[in-house]
Design a binder for this molecule. Structure first.
Ligand SMILES: [Mn+2]
Length: 428
């Protein structure tokens, strides 16, 4: 079904020689953009790629262009309806409203009975799209990096892509912990998924390694099976003590996906690097990595290192500022755009029992990120949409991961509305 919809887009691709790709600035968006761009390049099409935070930003085009919206579009039917050009949407967000437009192909697993929250990301959808345009099976690694970035599971569509990738020799699966391929001490300190809270607690880490009987200098890839068991159990215990969401255990024991075709072989590392590039407005560096351009690898690694340290420091500071609502928790930050990673990590590792809302205020706007999980019976896409609109802002996204942009002076009103909606939904 999804493939059939993707095939409908061929008519647009054939009609246009120049294509504008607008994609989201996170790992899933950047990998999706790269998958589409590579497929178009192989068809000798000209294209331009731009990275957006969302469709509240302006989409520029000429009337005779073809626009591809990737990892966005499904939740903004009004914006899409107003685009006076041919449009292809490659997205996995919950479709809302009606798109009033004839010259459009809307490719979204959610429209075909496939779960877009956990089983197929925008990059996976882009991979299916790319493979109706030609043989682009070697891009499977990128498809899975996007899925990992969106905290998806290796089931359904993702599992199919993984299986196909392994059969074709593009991906290998190494058993054990899902960590970066580096010395185990650094792998544990700098890990964001799982977040282990060792940064700034180095003495505790040395004690931890000693108890496990593991040399901190040893590379993750060189751990014996016995050592891997010991450290996995110790990490699981640490996560339980931290109060981590039970779903993370599945992710940390997924093993390491090795991407034989990509410049960065460890899929988790690749995902974190691209995410870091997106976060510091260096999307094109992450993108070039996905396009297998070696010239930016060192710069990308540097960005990743700095970003990770900054985020770990921010997490340490913000932990004491978390406030309790009736049916949710929230934290308000004054700086920049850390809302989304902070909300993700705190909700997964420290506060998994209620929805978690992180708000970062910058100038006259506040960016909101809301995170839940499967065991919380609240649809956060709906909560963000309703509460966002109530205060003159805008919101939406996924059931368990959504966001909003609201006026900075409406933060208090917004928080109480969100709390009310979370309580109402939780009671249902
Ligand atoms: Mn996505």
């Amino acid at each position: 079904m999804l493939k059939a919809t993707a095939r409908e887009s061929i008519k647009f691709i054939e009609k246009h020689d120049f294509i504008r790709i607008y994609t989201h600035h996170d790992s899933d968006g950047i990998t999706s953009g790269a998958i589409i761009a590579t497929a178009l390049m192989r068809l000798k099409k000209d294209f331009q790629v731009r990275f957006l935070r969302g469709l509240n930003e302006v989409v520029e085009y000429d009337r005779d262009d073809l626009i591809i919206l990737s990892d966005m579009g499904s939740g903004y039917p009004d914006v899409v309806s107003n685009i006076e050009a041919d449009v292809i949407i490659v997205d996995h967000h919950i479709p809302t409203g009606r798109i009033e437009k004839n010259n459009i192909v809307h490719i979204n697993p959610m429209l075909c009975g496939i779960d877009g929250t956990y089983e197929l990301s925008a990059s996976g959808t882009a991979y299916i799209f790319a493979n109706v345009l030609g043989d682009n099976k070697d891009l499977c690694g990128l498809a899975l990096v996007g899925a990992i970035g969106d905290k998806q599971k290796m089931i359904g569509g993702n599992a199919e892509i993984l299986k196909e990738g392994i059969e074709n020799g593009y991906i290998s699966l190494k058993k054990g912990l899902t960590l970066h391929s580096m010395n185990i001490r650094d792998a544990l300190i700098y890990s964001l998924e799982p977040y282990l809270d060792f940064y700034g607690n180095e003495e505790e880490l040395e004690e931890f390694l000693k108890k496990c009987g593991i040399d901190g200098e040893k590379n993750v890839e060189d751990l014996s099976e016995e050592e891997m068991y010991r450290i996995s159990s110790a990490i699981a215990l640490r996560l339980l003590r931290m109060n981590a969401y039970t779903g993370v255990f599945r992710d940390i024991l997924r093993g390491r996906l090795i991407l034989n075709k990509e410049l960065i072989k460890n899929a988790l590392t690749m995902c974190d690097i691209i995410n870091a590039c997106g976060r510091v407005s260096a999307c094109s560096i992450g993108f070039s990595l996905c396009m297998r351009d070696e010239s930016y690898v060192n710069e990308a690694l540097e960005i990743w290192r700095n970003y990770t340290i900054e985020l770990l420091e921010k997490l340490r500071d913000v932990k004491d500022k978390v406030r309790e609502g009736f049916c949710m928790r929230y934290v308000i930050m004054e700086d920049g755009n850390a809302a989304s990673p902070i909300a993700t990590i705190l909700s997964r590792y420290l506060y998994p029992d209620k929805p978690f809302i992180a708000i970062s205020v910058k100038d006259d706007k506040a960016k909101v990120s809301a995170r839940g999980n499967e065991s919380i019976k609240v649809n956060l896409a709906e909560v963000m949409q309703k509460a966002g609109e109530k205060v003159g802002g805008r919101g939406g996204g996924h059931r368990v991961a959504s966001g909003a942009i609201i006026p900075a002076d409406k933060v208090d009103e917004f928080i109480s509305e969100v709390d009310k909606l979370c309580c109402l939904q939780g009671l249902k």
